[in-house]
Design a protein around this ligand. Sequence first.
Ligand SMILES: *Cc1c(COP(=O)(O)O)cnc(C)c1O
Length: 501
Amino acid sequence: MLISQDSRLSFEKSKPGRQGVKLPRARCFKKDVLSRLPEGLKRKRPLVFPEMTEPEVMRHFVNMSRKNFSVDTHFYPLGSCTMKYNPKVNEWASGLESFTQVHPWQPEGTVQGILRILYELEQDLCEITGMDRFTLQPAAGAHGELTGMMLVHAYHQSKGEVLRRKVLVPDSSHGTNPASAALLGFRIEELKSDKRGRVSLEALDEALDQETACLMLTNPNTLGLFEADILEITKRVHAKGALLYYDGANLNPLLGLVRPGDMGFDIVHLNLHKTFSTPHGGGGPGAGPVGVKKYLTPFLPVPMIEKKGDGYYFENDLKQSIGKVKSYFGHVGVMIRAYVYIRSLGLSGLKQVSADSILSANYLKEKLKDRFSVAVDEPCMHEFVLSAKPFLRQGIHAGDIGKRLLDYGFHAPTVHFPLVVEEALMIEPTESETRETLDQFVDAMTRIADEIQKDPEKVKTAPHTMPIRRPDEVMAARKPILSYRDQLRERMLAAEGAPAV
Ligand SMILES: *Cc1c(COP(=O)(O)O)cnc(C)c1O
């Protein structure tokens, strides 16, 4: 990391003797209890805690949070991530004690309320996507893909079609698609996009054969474009005996408008943490439920939740099931948020989410296309991709524009993805922004375009107003310094030759 040794030292706020709260003596640690602890488990020296007053602790954490960019503080047009506003009523509901204090081993008779929510959420997702059943277990989008590809594998095995080991993936697809299929031993074949950034029917015909297990498709694709030939694509894939997998991570522009099931897809995963309002970006938890058509339901993970009379129960007896893909029942808190989000909006509200997300993206695209080149200049869905390639002459990359946007008070768009566009800036405004915010963003982007002509150095060295400016992104991910303890531990090691904690 770029944080210097000095600034790390000033980060240490502990002063010996300072105190926030005074805790009563623990009564359970009497001498006789301690004497029964095995020697190896006893601390050799007292636990080291930072010593601070309560106001210092409060200010420390509030100030830290204010150095961050979040949906609750800033416009966050991070393409493909759907950083929409997450209504607080969802947080309130998922935090209710009757949900958080339940143990996953409780008998099903004592958790009927939660089972009902999960059962009804499954029904809602079926209605939204046009599928017949869903498993709610997968923990994220990529985990949903892995689960979906296990279903593809199980389906072909059950038909004795053991040679179907090839998976087709368009070159514009999300990187997790080929990675998930490859994890299961499928051979990946990439489909080149046509000039309009969509699946080329010729390339598809050429690739389809008796060994094809599945086509994995994202629609709208990562350029924010709806696949114009979608019905023809699904027809041709089915005609060859292969299945169709729909990456529905970005379902935001389709709610109540079109359904993957009606397009002919056999399997779909959704990202509840994108479209259905769970805060994300910090690494989870999320949920990537997988929906299937009727002929694939025997293979779904166990347990499924079923209804009998007025009661709900876990069905574990599915002989062809691929088994469990997640401990217990998945991330139930995320599912409760999605349920409240769907039920509070209703069908007309969900439709408006999609319509507004499409409108916002097209508004921004039209306002920006004169100063930045658009990858494919056509009406888009919920997002669009600009290219910063024309600015390479001034030595400016897409990432530099993202950094400069921080100075103007905006989170960066997704940069350098999708890979099919050189110097890509992928912008997804979502439905939750006002026109004023969108106009301010256009204004900032226009000013940056001016700066690139007049003072490219200013953009190249941005941000100028942030506490951390250009960390080594690889090291920041692989060896993050996340707590004061990393430093404390180093110091103790140096001083005493043994770890403190
Ligand atoms: C975000 C995303 C994924 C992966 O989802 P995770 O929850 O991050 O695993 C897959 N496909 C697309 C199109 C996405 O946008």
